[in-house]
Design a protein around this ligand. Structure first.
Ligand SMILES: [Zn+2]
Ligand SMILES: [Zn+2]
Length: 320
């Protein structure tokens, strides 16, 4: 019997777009220097300030990192789990699943197979465990061949077929719906070079939508947003591609990504409750990503704070 109030948890294992981008040593050093400078003056002003309070007073780009691993998101509800994409973030997810004692079936929903969405698979420990059964769900008829090619000997020492977990590929047409356990899943085609699929997951009264690698831009933007409304309408949490500044999205037409402020426009039009911005541009340092996030918040304020917006950060957990 489904508990309609059961909490659905989303964890971001990888939020970087296009390419893994670990923190640069120069960036790390300049952050430490800025923290030292800020703490020196704060403690001069108030010698009794606790370390905790000092830390809490730091701006977010100094207090943490957005994260350099590429796309991998986990949804959990009770004992059930869904995984969205297998970017490099899947490596840490795999370790975590081992530590939790995961065994048996697991379900991966693939948006598409660009490198930043598949490269974590050969390092995903549950894929090497006999008795595990990995179900790949996608709208890509040759998905298995694509994973196989990634592990040809010239590129990786171990072949896909030699990984010990059992694997089954489930293929759908765009627009299809299917069930995984108590999750009702619906697919929708996104605009991206080579195509990408968005997944809407309904469980009881909760709705989660994952929509990355998608371009909302161009002269037909308003019509496109309206056209997609039936699929995105009323999501409790939408995790959406927001790789670019508005200027970058003008310069990179056809690259398949969306500007943060346009993601806000989409979510408002669709009546989404909470929007999490993801697939962060690897060329942006964290300070720049937070500046774009501020612009997105300001854009939302102009609509009277129509929705809740958050920046997806690696390691973070969100409840729906
Ligand atoms: Zn991508
Ligand atoms: Zn892509």
């Amino acid at each position: 019997m489904l508990n309609e109030d059961a909490s659905v948890q989303i964890k971001y294992w990888g939020v970087r777009g296009s390419l893994p981008s670990p923190l640069d040593p120069r960036d790390y050093r300049s952050r430490i220097q800025e923290v030292l400078k800020r703490s020196k003056s704060a403690w001069k002003e108030n010698p009794d300030l606790s370390e905790e309070a000092m830390f809490d007073s730091l701006p977010p780009y100094l207090a943490g990192v957005v994260g350099g691993d590429t796309t991998c998101v986990e949804l959990r509800s009770g004992e059930e789990q869904l995984i969205f994409d297998l970017g490099t973030g899947a490596r840490r997810l795999g370790y975590d699943m081992l530590a939790r004692g995961h065994k048996g079936d697991l379900h991966v929903l693939m948006t598409h197979t660009h490198w930043d969405h598949i490269q974590g698979w050969p390092f995903f420990a549950p894929g090497f465990i006999p008795g595990n059964h990995v179900h790949f769900h996608s709208c890509i008829p040759d998905c298995e061949q694509r994973f196989t090619r990634q592990q040809e000997f010239e590129y990786f020492p171990l072949a896909f077929k030699d990984m010990q977990a059992e694997r089954t590929f489930h293929t759908y047409d765009q627009g299809d719906s299917f069930d995984i356990g108590s999750f009702k899943v619906k697919t929708e085609a996104l605009i991206h070079p080579g195509g990408s699929t968005s997944y809407r997951v309904d469980q009881g009264k909760k709705t989660f939508i994952f929509a990355t690698d998608t371009e909302f831009y161009g002269p037909e933007l308003k019509a496109l947003i309206k056209k997609k409304k039936p699929f995105f309408k009323g999501a409790d949490l939408l995790v959406m591609d927001a790789q670019y500044s508005l200027k970058e999205s003008e310069q990179k037409i056809g690259w398949g990504h969306t500007a943060m402020v346009i993601a806000v426009d989409c979510a408002i039009e669709w009546g989404v409750k909470k929007l999490a911005l993801t697939h962060h541009e690897p060329a942006h340092d964290d300070a720049s990503t937070y500046r774009l996030f501020e612009e997105a918040l300001e854009h939302n304020r102009q609509y009277g704070d129509a929705l809740e917006i958050t920046l997806a950060r690696q390691g973070e957990v969100m409840d729906i």
